[in-house]
Design a protein. Structure first.
Length: 271
């Protein structure tokens, strides 16, 4: 049975993500400036990042004024409806600054603490990914119409292509590089795309076999996590835990558990 509330939330998420994506793609100035810094000088907040979040918060507040909101650029509203929006208006900020195509807008809606809708728009790739809990994951892009997403059949771990990301804090990034160096001989190879949301969607689309990263916030993975799971992936954090800042892991069945165990053995969740 289709929940009309979930359909409403999906429609809002799609509109908000697409409009923010259009703003970011079409409004990117040639002399893009840094408006502020985040956790370190490497991690930047752009003027367009802030503008995209304002567009999304305004749209959501207009359509559903009683909902809560958690956004990367500081927007925080408690809400009274039981619905909370978790939004990253620009996932892959450094890629965006440098003119690289792998960046996205990520919009998720939670109901009573569980993610029920996820949308990720990657404007420079011309792709939109979306999922509603229990209704599968779907994408539109270079192919005609929408297609349902499904993970690749699980290969042996030594044939798995796995993506990851690195923190902006130098000491943390150095430890992550040590973990990656231990993992590489165990896998086909490692990729580093620069957008957690896109990586999770690429897993859902069968372009990757696994993904992991330390230091993510809820807005980084909320939408992509649901899309990956609805495409048949398994997701989590450390063994028996949910995704968290300590560790986020996702993979096709057959890759997820051995990858998660290796990350635990290598101490991927701590310095």
């Amino acid at each position: 049975m289709i929940d009309p509330l979930h359909s409403e939330l999906l429609a809002i998420a799609l509109e908000a993500a697409r409009r923010a994506g259009d703003l970011l793609r079409d409004g990117r100035p040639a002399d893009l400036a840094v408006a502020a810094t985040k956790s370190s000088p490497i991690d930047v907040v752009t003027e367009m990042d802030i503008a995209a979040e304002k567009l999304i918060t305004t749209l959501v507040a207009d359509r559903r004024p009683h909902d809560g909101y958690l956004g990367e650029e500081g927007a925080l509203t408690e809400g009274t409806s039981g619905v909370r929006w978790v939004v990253d208006p620009l996932d892959g900020t450094v890629n965006y600054l440098y003119g690289l195509p792998t960046w996205s807008v990520s919009v998720a809606a939670e109901q009573d603490g569980e993610t029920v809708v996820g949308v990720v728009v990657a404007p420079m790739r011309g792709e939109t990914f979306h999922a509603v809990r229990g209704r599968g994951a779907w994408a539109s892009g270079a192919w005609a119409g929408e297609r349902r997403l499904a993970c690749r059949p699980a290969p042996p771990l030594d044939q798995a292509l796995v993506s990851t990301g690195f923190n902006y804090v130098t000491d943390v990034r150095a430890h992550q590089a040590e973990v990656a160096a231990k993992l590489i001989p165990q896998l086909r190879d490692i990729r580093r795309g620069g957008s957690a949301a896109v990586d999770l969607c690429d897993l859902a689309a069968g372009r990757l076999d696994g993904y992991y990263e330390r230091g993510l916030n809820a807005w980084d993975w909320a939408a992509g996590d649901l899309i990956a799971r609805e495409a048949g992936a398994l997701t989590g954090g450390r063994p028996a835990e949910r995704p968290s800042r300590d560790l986020t892991v996702a993979g096709t069945p057959g890759v997820f558990e051995p990858l998660q165990q290796l990350l635990e053995d290598y101490g991927a969740w701590h310095d």
